[in-house]
Design a protein around this ligand. Structure first.
Ligand SMILES: NC(=O)c1ccc[n+]([C@@H]2O[C@H](COP(=O)([O-])OP(=O)(O)OC[C@H]3O[C@@H](n4cnc5c(N)ncnc54)[C@H](OP(=O)(O)O)[C@@H]3O)[C@@H](O)[C@H]2O)c1
Length: 272
């Protein structure tokens, strides 16, 4: 069966709208990009649509080279009218760390800055990486994590690693195994899991014979095919387990969490 993400999305959206109404000021999200490809432009358009729906002011800054990108990021970081900064990834010819280091941690609504990443180690998730937070919120909404045997497939800095840290936090206390391309017997590991999180970017990586009956499978993967976007999980898995859909699953919650972070940034900047 597929998990219906809409109620969680609606709860987060309503919470954002309520907070914006009490803040009583214009909240601004700036998106910064460099030579965006079609997929990135499409993503930015969808982001803009959602921001407008929520009443968040949204602007895109398109740099033409590395120097201009860095100077835009510095300017936006010191602009008091900008509350959150989103940078598209990957940036051609630029290491992710170089770009995120240019952003003020207080405006790093994607939770990629080393400060915000470091805070995760101490259990503080003021700005956790949005996709990792989306997975945690989806799971907390439908199950108890304490003691659950969770397998994360993927160890990237944006998804797998922060997610593992978040799942280990004492108030969640999952038992976490992280797998990657050097993992031996992936099937044997996932088959024993109560929860499998597929974040590898490989079509059909998780098949029915790899999951336990009635387990939960969160599909983070986004793979572009001629027939549209598909995840990492083979559709047949939904006959055996509870699965998040792609599209309209983790990605949808990730984008609304980004907007929630912008509002949090605006609230915090108001207080300091
Ligand atoms: N839904 C969303 O909002 C959202 C957000 C971000 C990303 N994504 C999607 O999530 C997927 C992962 O993104 P990412 O940025 O984490 O990707 P990434 O940086 O490419 O990392 C992929 C990870 O998966 C592991 N992996 C790849 N193939 C594997 C295999 N056959 N068996 C086991 N592990 C394997 C890799 O292992 P090694 O470390 O050994 O190479 C790596 O750790 C992509 O499809 C991406 O588009 C979705």
């Amino acid at each position: 069966m597929y998990i219906d993400i809409k109620p969680l999305w609606t709860t987060i959206k309503n919470n954002i709208i309520e907070k914006i109404s009490t803040l009583n000021k214009t909240i601004t999200l700036a998106a910064v990009t460099l030579k965006p490809d079609d997929a990135t432009q499409n993503y930015l358009k969808n982001q803009e649509k959602l921001a407008k729906k929520l009443g968040i002011n949204y602007s895109v800054y398109e740099a033409i080279n590395r120097n201009q990108l860095f100077s835009i990021l510095r300017e936006l970081s010191s602009d008091n009218n900008v509350h959150g900064i989103f940078v598209t990834h990957p940036l051609p010819g630029i290491e992710e760390m170089e770009a995120v280091n240019m952003i003020s941690p207080e405006k790093d609504v994607e939770g990629r800055h080393p400060y915000n990443m470091g805070m995760l180690m101490y259990g503080s998730e003021f700005f956790a990486p949005c996709t990792a937070e989306a997975v945690v919120k989806i799971l907390e909404d439908i199950t108890k994590l304490s003691g659950a045997n969770v397998v994360v497939v993927g160890r990237s800095t944006t998804v797998g690693k922060p997610l593992a840290i978040m799942l280990l936090r004492r108030d969640r206390s999952a038992t976490v195994t992280v797998c990657h391309t050097r993992t031996r017997n992936l099937q044997q590991i996932t088959r024993n899991a109560d929860i499998v999180i597929a974040a590898a970017g490989k079509i059909n990586l998780i098949t029915s014979d790899m999951v336990k009956e009635n387990s939960i499978v969160v599909d983070v993967g986004i793979n572009v095919t001629d027939n549209g976007i598909v995840g990492d999980v083979n559709p047949e898995v939904s006959e055996k387990a509870l699965v998040t859909p792609v599209p309209g699953g983790v990605g949808r919650i990730t984008t609304i969490i980004l907007m929630e972070h912008v509002v949090k940034a605006a609230e915090k900047l108001k207080l300091t």
